[in-house]
Design a protein around this ligand. Sequence first.
Ligand code: NAP
Ligand code: G4F
Length: 327
Amino acid sequence: MPRALITGITGQDGLYLSELLIEKGYEVFGLIRGQNNPKLDLVKAVVPDVKLLTGDLSDVAGLTRVLSASQPDEIYNLGAISYVAYSWENASLTSDVTGKGVLNMLEATRQYEGDSTEKVKFYQASSSEMFGKVQEVPQSESTLLWPRSPYGVAKVFGHYMTINYRESYGMHASSGILFNHESPRRGPEFVTRKVTQAVARIKLGLQQELVLGNLDAKRDWGFAGDYVDAMWRMLQQPVADDYVIATGETHSIRDLLDAAFAAVGIEDWTPFVRQDPRFMRPAEVDLLIGDPSKAKAVLGWKPQVNFEELVQMMIENDLREQTALGR
Ligand code: NAP
Ligand code: G4F
């Protein structure tokens, strides 16, 4: 039975990846932080077979202990402070966790691997946010990185550290440059879920208004369930490498509003949406669109859920959830 360790087990991707690996027959260990993590019950309910170990990405001694306890064949480093807007207010903490945390995981892995000839396979959750002020359209593995947020800068550090550990120590360390991926498990602070939750509540008469920032930014949005499959495929390759994972389509926040309101039968959303500078960012990433052709050719990966299906899935989930809540 292969063993996998996942950091960020309580997050959107951690849950989908745990389900996938358990279905494939893995013994799965998850790193959970804090002495009373509020998402512990959710993890236990969704993936009861995952074995949880406590630790924090900023504590390398704790990570070393977690590696000895779990003895993993594969490590998926998904843990991060992942909310871009929050990263300006907490730049130093974001650098420590989202940036230096990657180095801590790589170093703990290198020490755990020791002189063994069996390579531990390491996955780093890199991000399309690294492309920032994009230097090429669409963005591929060779596009110059130009991050626009403290989060993006921290991800660039983690990305290049992963490549450096691969090149310096021959580690099987791969980096997935994943474009935005969403699901009914997406945190409500991200724009897709904020919109689908609000649209469901407006439809049910529980909310009157949706307040947003920049409506013109464009994102390449895919389904998280498809993207965790790409992570697993990367670690099954004989040689580690970097891959862009994306749909190759882009949509603006306005397109998202069109699709979400249309899904509940509202054609004109303008009476319900207000813009507020509070949600504007100090520096914006205007356009993301990925070129996933390398992942298609090498990993045999392609997205299964398109933009309209994704929005429909999230709206249906939020209508169910908000109906049950009823307030
Ligand atoms: P998410 O839902 O925000 O989950 C982040 C996870 O990181 C949570 O489990 C969180 O645990 C954990 N974490 C935060 N600080 C930590 C710390 N100090 N030590 C250990 N764990 C910590 O993120 P996601 O959407 O699943 O994304 C997974 C990874 O992919 C992240 O690295 C993200 O930056 C990256 N990524 C995401 C996307 C996307 O569109 N979703 C795209 C590209 C890259 P708590 O519950 O304890 O807070
Ligand atoms: O949903 P968002 O917060 O996602 P963002 O910033 O693209 O970051 C996500 O994707 C990255 C991959 O590219 C990940 F690495 C990262 O961890 C995260 O998962 O914002 C998307 C867009 C932005 O342009 C933002 O300015 O939506 C715009 N937006 C407009 N109004 C808003 C809002 N975003 C949020 N969160 N809230 C708003 O009210």
